[in-house]
Design a protein around this ligand. Structure first.
Ligand SMILES: Nc1ncnc2c1ncn2[C@@H]1O[C@H](COP(=O)(O)OP(=O)(O)OP(=O)(O)O)[C@@H](O)[C@H]1O
Length: 342
């Protein structure tokens, strides 16, 4: 394992600061926070008005003096002070309790694969501001693979695609380390954006961002696929609310481009892997994790495009923080790399 499991076991708090959601796992308690990474602030006084789900509900509905901000973008904390204020409110009493028990609080945080020193420093500073005395950084793909129950410690290949909001990370791992990895700037947001653009261009309709997910669900409901679905939005020219009938196939075509980028990413990672590991993956396939793994039809599309088995993780959206939590709690047990000397 490239991360120090001994150091991680001394941590009490695991944090996944995602562009879309913030998750916190407390040792011996489990997942205590899973909320949107959003804060609403008074633009005049700077006072925090709401965080998490409540702030997300305000998006696009605020008067001029209230700003809805996202302090984390593409897995990187872009506004450290706001991220600290948001986390402090999301944790509330939970943090105070953990703090009282452990004055030398150590925290573990996931950072996207390939993130630079600036992104890593921003994550560390955010956790220091909350009172952590030491911060351990863990690659998100390793944490997610452990959270999905993949045997990352074994000398065999495991492949994971961690599809988040702003980015998708693809990695092949063996013996606790990453053999080849790629981070693509395409995630659930890009797919949603493609749907919104399609409706704007073909139906002259502005779709509220909250409606995109229900449209995905309607269009890929089980049973005989509906050829079309009704959506409500605002007319681009008149500004009046209007309902249009959207063709299922046209929406599928619209999201083809971002989907194809994800398939390309898998190809790029496989090309960099030794043939023995690629052979392992023919049977085992790809584990699909991250919130966007819940996007209906994504697994089927990847299966068709790559010819490899694709499995969606049990709890794909939270598997990175659960993996970090598992490492803090003492799983997995590291495989000795020099067993003959033991
Ligand atoms: N049930 C669902 N159906 C479809 N899409 C979903 C569902 N749940 C979450 N998503 C999508 O998953 C994305 C968020 O995934 P996740 O929570 O893994 O992101 P994140 O970790 O915050 O982001 P990043 O890894 O990019 O920093 C969003 O784009 C959201 O639209």
């Amino acid at each position: 394992m490239t991360v120090s499991l001994a150091h991680l076991r001394r941590c009490s708090v695991a944090v996944d600061l995602g562009a879309s959601r913030t998750r916190v796992y407390l040792k011996h308690q489990g997942l205590v926070v899973d909320e949107p990474s959003v804060a609403a602030v008074n633009a005049h006084s700077g006072a925090l008005i709401a965080v998490g789900s409540l702030a997300e509900k305000m998006t696009g509905r605020t008067p001029e003096h209230i700003r809805v901000v996202r302090p984390i973008q593409a897995g990187m904390v872009v506004d450290i002070e706001m991220a600290q204020r948001m986390l402090r409110h999301l944790l509330g009493g939970q943090l105070r309790k953990a703090w009282r028990r452990k004055p030398m609080l150590r925290a573990a945080v996931c950072t996207p694969n390939g993130s630079g020193p600036l992104a890593q420093r921003a994550a560390i500073e955010t956790l220091y501001g909350l009172g952590s005395r030491r911060v351990e950084l863990v690659d998100s793909v390793i944490a997610a693979a452990i959270g999905c129950g993949l045997p990352v410690e074994q000398p065999e290949a495991t492949m994971i695609m961690l599809a988040g909001a702003g980015t998708t990370q693809i990695a092949v791992m063996s013996m606790g380390a990453i053999v080849a990895a790629e981070t693509i700037g395409v995630g659930g947001e890009a797919i949603d954006h493609a749907v919104v653009q399609h409706l704007r261009n073909t139906h002259e309709l502005l779709l509220p961002s909250q409606s995109v997910r229900s449209l995905h669900e309607t269009l890929s409901a089980p049973g005989p696929t509906a050829p079309s679905a009704e959506v409500q939005g605002r007319d681009v020219a008149s500004g009046i609310a209007r309902t249009v009938r959207v063709d299922t196939e046209a929406v599928r075509q619209a999201i083809r481009m971002p989907m194809a980028t994800l398939v390309d990413g898998i190809g790029q990672v496989l090309r960099r892997c030794p043939p023995d590991l690629v052979a392992d993956l023919t049977d085992r396939g790809v584990m699909l994790a991250g919130g966007s793994a819940l996007l209906p039809g994504l697994d089927m599309m990847l299966r068709q495009a790559t010819g490899m088995p694709v499995t969606v993780a049990d709890r794909p959206d939270v598997c990175a923080v659960l993996g970090l939590g598992a490492m803090m709690e003492g799983h997995p047990v590291p495989t000795p790399l020099d067993p003959l000397s033991v």
